[in-house]
Design a protein around this ligand. Structure first.
Ligand code: GLN
Length: 426
């Protein structure tokens, strides 16, 4: 059976000891590793070898971890199934014949298949939480600014964070402990408020104590979910109730616009971020003579896959003069509204809960010809990136033998609370 978890299987040894000594980590292939190929799942960067480590990579090496490979991913992070990788699809180890989710599908699959103890992914609009849900493992999308993006190849930089995967909540939290914290090389990183007064160990927060906790369930995030997914979700909420939590319904009216706003913003940023891949400074070069316009066009025509091209074209259109106010500006307004709705809902509840994905994992090949169906599957994950908030996906159970994930969303820098609640389920 094909698995295709890694694009490059190369061992990178870390320090002799540290909090992650003896543990193996898979690293998504859009996170730079010095002297080891970093392809972003793209022909464009097939031969690209970065001269430096991403900050998260230096931190896990210093913490004693051994990197066991660069994990497969949707090309430049654009996808929900890992099938847009130029290097072929990855099978789901927990549900063979199905996609592992995306875009960090190789990272989640590595943990699910015991090819690595832990993994790093990146989450621009669900790319850690979706594969965690589809592979039955735990994934955390940190608050924007908690983890350095230095060395992460940008897809949509205002939305994305690097996040950890583990078999258990405690494992994922232990990796977050190592990668979190300000970095001079990423000006968007911040110290969590109040962190000077408390010992910040996310792993220590995995106590499973939910007594007295209030859980808000946004009704809009249940709409469109598959019946089997909903049943599994409510069973997990029932489990939290038996441990002393209470739930009530809350509303996030703006999220009906979240998928549209997300894709306009993500594609606009992508069209700008990916302009650097011109075959001169980075990556695939068609080796063309002739004028530079033709040479750039050839390098990009050959180097990028269809999904990446679609997004560059749409993003360029959304940003062009005359359309900017109609699309990009509107999407930014919707983003502000989504943030406001989350703030309100989180003033009425300690955490918000929903299914991570409205559907169980697709069969391999099923969604490839229907990009819109794929975009809509992100309905519950992308609002969180628009709002810059932290979230975790934890296994909730199964429907028809396929894994279902439960997503918890917390207030800004509320990762410890998410770890505490999620650990009641794992
Ligand atoms: N499915 C989303 C997209 O394609 C997720 C991307 C991500 O988080 N990298 O944009």
């Amino acid at each position: 059976m094909m698995s295709n978890i890694f694009i490059t299987e190369e061992t990178i040894e870390g320090a002799a000891d540290g909090p992650l000594a003896g543990r193996t980590v898979a690293v998504k292939d859009n996170i730079s590793t010095a002297d080891v190929r970093t392809t972003c799942g793209s022909t464009m960067l097939e031969e690209y070898v970065p001269p430096y480590d991403a900050t998260v990579v230096s931190r896990i090496k210093d913490a004693g971890a051994t990197i066991v490979g660069k994990a497969n991913m949707d090309e430049f992070g654009m996808g929900t199934t890992t099938e847009t990788s130029a290097f072929g699809a990855t099978d789901n180890p927990t549900a063979p014949g199905h996609v592992p989710g995306g875009s960090s599908g190789g990272s989640a699959a590595a943990v699910a298949a015991d090819e690595a103890d832990l993994a790093l992914g990146s989450d621009t609009g669900g790319s850690v939480r979706c594969p965690a849900a589809f592979c039955g493992v735990v994934g955390i999308k940190p608050t924007y600014g908690l983890v350095s993006r230095y060395g992460l190849v940008a897809y949509a930089n205002s939305l994305e964070q690097i996040g950890p995967f583990g078999e258990t909540v405690e494992d994922a939290a232990a990796l977050l402990d190592v990668i979190a914290g300000p970095d001079d090389r990423d000006g968007t990183t911040r110290e969590p408020p109040g962190s000077s007064e408390r010992p910040t160990s996310y792993a220590d927060a995995a106590t499973g104590d939910v007594d007295g906790l209030s859980i808000g369930v946004p009704t809009e995030l249940l709409e469109g979910a598959d019946d089997g997914v909903l049943e599994t979700f409510w069973d997990a909420i029932g489990e939290l109730e038996t441990r002393g939590a209470k739930y009530h319904e809350v509303s996030l009216p703006s999220v009906e616009h979240a998928v549209e706003a997300y894709y306009v913003i993500a594609m606009s940023e992508a069209s700008s971020n990916l302009a650097r891949f011109d075959g001169v400074r980075y990556g695939h070069s068609g080796g063309y003579d002739g004028n530079w316009n033709e040479a750039f066009a050839a390098a990009r025509r050959e180097g990028f896959g269809d999904e990446v091209k679609r997004r560059i074209l749409l993003g360029t259109y959304a940003l062009s003069a005359g359309y900017h106010d109609k699309y990009y500006k509107k999407a930014q307004d919707a983003r502000a509204w989504v943030k406001q709705d989350f703030d309100e809902a989180l003033s009425e509840a300690d955490v918000l809960a929903s299914p991570t994905m409205p559907v169980p994992p697709f069969e391999l090949g099923e969604s490839l010809d229907d990009p819109l169906q794929m975009y809509l599957a992100d309905a519950n994950t992308v609002p969180v990136n628009l709002a810059d908030l932290p979230a975790i996906s934890v296994p909730a159970g199964e429907t028809d033998g396929l894994p279902v994930g439960l997503q918890l969303v917390g207030p800004s820098f509320g990762e410890e609370r998410l770890v505490r609640v999620a650990s009641a389920l794992s």
